[in-house]
Design a protein around this ligand. Structure first.
Ligand SMILES: Cc1cc2nc3c(=O)[nH]c(=O)nc-3n(C[C@H](O)[C@H](O)[C@H](O)COP(=O)(O)O)c2cc1C
Length: 362
């Protein structure tokens, strides 16, 4: 099922951009887990639009808990949270039924669902669905943190401007820098330059893409399995469900193809406590689909926002002729900016599911 994820957890996302609401149902969260709602809201605020570099569709994005959490503690029943859509302008989308936006899902969704497709705001393909994803992720992040596992992401690159990358062997010093800075980079100067690049694209009625880098510390060695049970395989469907993702690489990723074996292999060593470590981390914390105990490291490429105001070539499905389109409405000039917490959330949910492989327990 496209809207479900999980082996031990059963995670369902629902809703459309301009429906009454979007939401999530999280089945399998054990009873007795404290959930700090203030922390949840702080995390979700990182994804919510704000400032001129994001869509002007501003919504409070406050989750209403319908079930599963009683007096701040999970009770063992499915956790259900709903987020109302309060700021919709469906008229902005009326012409897209016949003139599909290049780069968006308008055409492919129409082929699949026909005229009944709810195209308003991008329907179920909209990044609105990442709001409930971030709610679920915020819950998972708290559960993982209690078990010594921490996740942090930052905007590594935007249109040629690069942030300081994580130290692959020990990313802990900068793990939460992006969450603490006003712009989600480690280096504030890189953030300023990226902001200028995004603003330039917006002024030119265009958009830019970006790369999000994510690191996870504290994962024990031995999680995951061979073949389809591999950690990368388990994470990929969740990570790739974030809209606009066009690339995912673990460790040295595509760069490893350029290296010699002697450069790419990470030498083993015993640390001061007698634990097996590697002196470098080109493997990104996973070998044979199983965690090595080194930090998990991955990067995701986000394409430029498809909805741009610049005139573009498209087809007119009503007239059967080629046509042009200038997209109106409210759009992010760089989706990668708001995707940073979405990546942390998706990673947290996927890793919580993997961590529960031991008979669904933690
Ligand atoms: C946080 C975030 C915000 C996004 N905002 C927009 C937007 O404002 N306008 C838009 O056209 N696409 C936006 N997208 C991307 C589209 O949802 C996505 O490109 C579209 O659904 C097609 O899916 P695909 O790119 O995965 O093929 C956003 C994606 C993310 C992750």
């Amino acid at each position: 099922m496209s809207y479900n994820y999980g082996k031990n957890l059963n995670i369902t996302l629902y809703g459309q951009s301009h429906a009454e609401a979007v939401g999530i149902v999280l089945e399998g969260i054990p009873a007795g887990e404290p959930i700090d709602m203030e922390e949840v809201k702080t995390f979700m605020a990182r994804r919510a639009p704000g400032g001129k570099l994001a869509t002007s569709r501003k919504e409070p994005d406050l989750p209403e808990i319908l079930s599963g959490i009683v007096e701040g503690v999970s009770c063992g029943a499915p956790i259900s949270a709903v987020i109302r859509n309060t700021n919709t302008r469906s008229g902005d989308y009326s012409n897209l039924k016949v003139k599909p936006r290049p780069g968006h899902a308008d055409y492919t969704a129409r082929v699949k669902f026909g005229d009944a497709f709810d195209l308003r705001g991008g329907g179920q393909f909209s990044a609105r669905l990442t709001a409930p994803l971030c709610f679920g992720g915020a819950v998972a992040l708290q559960m993982l943190k209690r078990r010594g596992i921490e996740i942090g992401a930052h905007l590594l690159a935007v249109h040629g401007v690069k942030d300081t990358p994580f130290d692959p062997v020990d990313p802990s010093a900068n793990l939460h820098a992006a969450a603490q800075n006003p712009f989600p980079t480690i280096d504030p100067k890189a953030g300023e330059d990226m902001a200028a690049e995004i603003e330039k694209a917006r002024m030119e009625l265009d958009s830019v893409g970006g790369i999000v880098e994510c690191a996870v510390t504290g994962l024990p060695a031995g999680l995951g399995d061979a073949l389809f049970g591999g950690l990368e395989c388990r994470m990929a469907p969740m990570l790739w469900a974030i809209p606009a993702v066009k690339g995912l690489e673990f460790g040295a990723g595509f760069g490893s193809a350029e290296l010699m074996g002697s450069q790419n292999n990470d030498p083993y060593t015993y640390d001061a406590e007698g634990k097996v470590k590697t002196t470098t981390n080109n493997h990104g914390g996973v070998l044979g689909g199983i965690t090595s105990g080194m930090p998990l490291l991955f990067r995701m490429a986000f394409k430029p926002t498809p909805s741009i105001a610049k005139p573009q070539q498209t087809v007119n499905l009503a007239t059967g002729r080629n046509d042009t389109l200038e997209v109106t409405g409210r759009h992010d000039p760089c989706v990668a900016l708001r995707a940073v917490p979405c990546v942390e959330a998706a990673a947290a949910l996927a890793l919580l599911d993997v961590l529960m492989d031991n008979n669904g327990t933690l």
